[in-house]
Design a binder for this molecule. Structure first.
Ligand code: ATP
Length: 258
């Protein structure tokens, strides 16, 4: 069964008095199968983060539907949305968003506590993911005592601890240096392969996109095109992604010249 089914999704931000309203997403439709690792790319302002926010139910669409496992999540009430998010979505942000007054262990267990479940119920899984993510030896430290790469791995563990149906990552390597970014992408790939997680990754990085099974390109709130990796090696897929980005940039240039 298809995990995520996005149908004719539109988001218009309503303007404050005197300003114009802005359509960030314009009738987007696509599906994601369970276990897929999908990158979402496109120029700044294309609507990528808006798309993740809508899927996470952090924003409500102007029109259209989002089905997760066959249920239309745009129909959820505000209270049900919070519950839905905690149960089904793991979100990884560019700026980590760890809580400074909680240590690493407490940060990772936080979604479990918010779900009113005893942390002990996830002890085994906690040990597995913190070991796999290489943060088992920093569990008693506070976020400010960690490097950027370590903080991002803690954020990944926090997103994974509830075993969500869907992991949404918005520019997770954006604040990491290239070496740490590469290591983090290898970790995401491992999570994807070993835990069969479904991941949607918004990124400006061709390297990050080249780790994925598919890249969905968005421009002006619409789908420009999508490409599948298939069996091609990563460097070949990297070149394919680069070619689509050049074509997209050219078409934007031509539109500007008209
Ligand atoms: N809360 C908001 N109110 C009004 N306009 C918004 C709001 N959030 C986003 N927008 C506008 O919607 C458009 C899409 O924004 P979005 O953040 O989704 O783009 P993006 O593709 O993620 O960009 P970037 O790559 O720069 O992060 C932009 O023009 C942005 O200014």
């Amino acid at each position: 069964m298809t995990l995520l089914d996005i149908r004719q999704l539109k988001k218009t931000y309503t303007a404050r008095i005197g300003a114009q309203s802005y359509t960030a997403l314009n009738n987007i439709s696509f599906t994601v199968e369970p276990g897929e690792f999908v990158a979402i790319m496109g120029p700044s302002g294309a609507g990528k983060s808006t798309l993740l926010q809508l899927i996470a139910t952090l924003e409500q669409p102007t029109s259209g539907q989002i089905f997760l496992n066959g249920d239309d999540i745009t129909l959820l009430s505000e209270m049900s949305r919070t519950h839905f998010r905690r149960k089904n979505i793991g979100f990884i942000y560019q700026d980590f968003r760890l809580l400074d007054n909680l240590n690493v262990r407490e940060n990772i267990y936080l979604p479990i506590v918010l779900n009113s479940r005893p942390p002990a119920s996830m002890k085994k899984y906690f040990e597995q993911i913190t070991t796999q993510l290489g943060i088992a030896d920093v569990l008693n430290r506070y976020p400010f005592e960690l490097s950027g790469g370590q903080q991002q791995r803690v954020a990944a563990a926090r997103a994974l601890i509830t075993q969500p149906q869907l992991i949404l990552a918005d520019e997770p390597t954006g604040s990491l240096d290239s070496h740490t970014a590469k290591k983090f992408l290898q970790l995401l790939t491992m999570i994807h392969e070993q835990m069969h997680s479904t991941i949607l990754l918004v990124t400006h990085s061709v390297l990050a996109a080249s780790y994925c099974d598919r890249v969905l390109f968005i421009n002006d709130g619409m789908i420009y095109t999508e490409i599948y990796r298939g069996n091609s090696p990563q460097n070949q897929f990297f070149n394919s992604v680069t070619r689509v980005i050049s074509a997209l940039e050219n078409s934007i240039e031509q539109t500007r010249e008209l």
